[in-house]
Design a protein around this ligand. Structure first.
Ligand SMILES: [Mg+2]
Length: 308
């Protein structure tokens, strides 16, 4: 974690609040102060949440334990876990159990010893750091599971899943989408002539160029070896065609510079615009058929599937 760890101190007693703020700053933490429970909750429910919160049990407005309950009830809080330490003058076992039950991670009984506070905060810091490492690892795994390692675009599974999602969305919103299947013309010849390394570079460059003409909510995925699927939501046949034509042109208009060689590359596209009641499988079949037609009609062209 590159940034300074941020700690919220919510305490209604000014002397304790100022003292706590002072020692925490001295120990190198960034400190945010709150005078009561409502202020604490507004800080904890904002975007830049602190990593650790020291919440006084008894405060005007919301009690510390209530703030704690709300933080844990917030469904979006998993990715930035707040480590909560309750400060309490209560030391009965029942109170402590209640505090832990609503989701506090630890508690400190007042008046407290600064050294004890320091080690408790360090324990919290370790949990937070571990959590953030786990989240990065999880995100990394998720990326690997859904993306093609060579080109970085969606892999087959992920683009098909995206197609299902976009189709349901289109139905919900009463809109249509365009699906395009792209195939690189004579790709085998590129591999045979210049080697597989060159083939890989071409695949990456194709993805790069196609992405540059797509909008942020369009999606591209590798469907097979040199075949890609592009989902273009919110388009009808007319606008879909123009995007496909743009894709075809962005490949043709400039030669590829691969391993010191200039290569002319073109792609063929088969496209289809969704109509009511059509499913993903039928769309793919229609795009595939149109692609076959584009190849048969001489390549470097876009063919549109007839209304299905
Ligand atoms: Mg108090």
């Amino acid at each position: 974690m590159g940034n300074k760890m941020k700690i919220l101190v919510a305490e209604d007693d000014p002397t304790t609040r100022i003292m706590l703020g002072g020692v925490l700053k001295k120990w190198g933490y960034e400190v945010v102060l709150a005078r009561d429970g409502n202020e604490a909750w507004s800080i904890l429910s904002s975007k830049e949440t602190p990593n650790i919160a020291l919440l006084d049990w008894e405060m005007p407005g919301l009690a510390g334990i209530e703030v704690c309950r709300r933080v844990r009830a917030n469904l979006n809080s998993d990715d930035n876990y707040v480590y909560i330490i309750l400060l309490t003058a209560k030391a009965s076992k029942d109170d402590i159990v209640t505090g832990i039950e609503v989701g506090a991670d630890d508690y400190i009984v007042k008046p407290f010893d600064p050294q004890e506070l320091r080690v408790r905060i360090r324990a919290g810091q370790r949990i937070i750091e571990l959590q953030s490492k786990l989240i990065s690892a999880r995100d990394e795994l998720k990326f690997q599971a859904t993306h093609d390692p060579l080109t970085g675009v969606y892999n087959r599974g992920a683009i098909l899943e995206r197609l299902e999602e976009e189709l349901s969305r289109a139905v919900r919103e009463g809109k249509s989408l365009t699906l395009a299947m792209i195939d690189i013309d004579h790709f085998k010849r590129i591999n045979d002539t210049y080697g597989h390394k060159a083939g890989d570079i071409v695949l990456c460059e194709i993805c790069h160029r196609v992405r540059s003409v797509l909008r942020v909510y369009d999606a591209i995925g590798r469907y097979g070896g040199e075949e890609f699927l592009v989902i273009i939501p919110g388009t009808n046949e007319w606008t879909g065609k123009s995007v496909c034509e743009r894709i075809r042109r962005c490949i043709e208009e400039q030669e590829f510079f691969v391993l010191g060689k200039k290569i002319q590359i073109t792609v063929s596209l088969g496209a289809v615009t969704s109509s009511t009641g059509i499913n993903a499988e039928e769309l793919i079949r229609a795009a595939d058929k149109a692609l076959y037609q584009a190849k048969a009609n001489g390549r470097n062209r876009v063919e549109y599937a007839n209304a299905i």
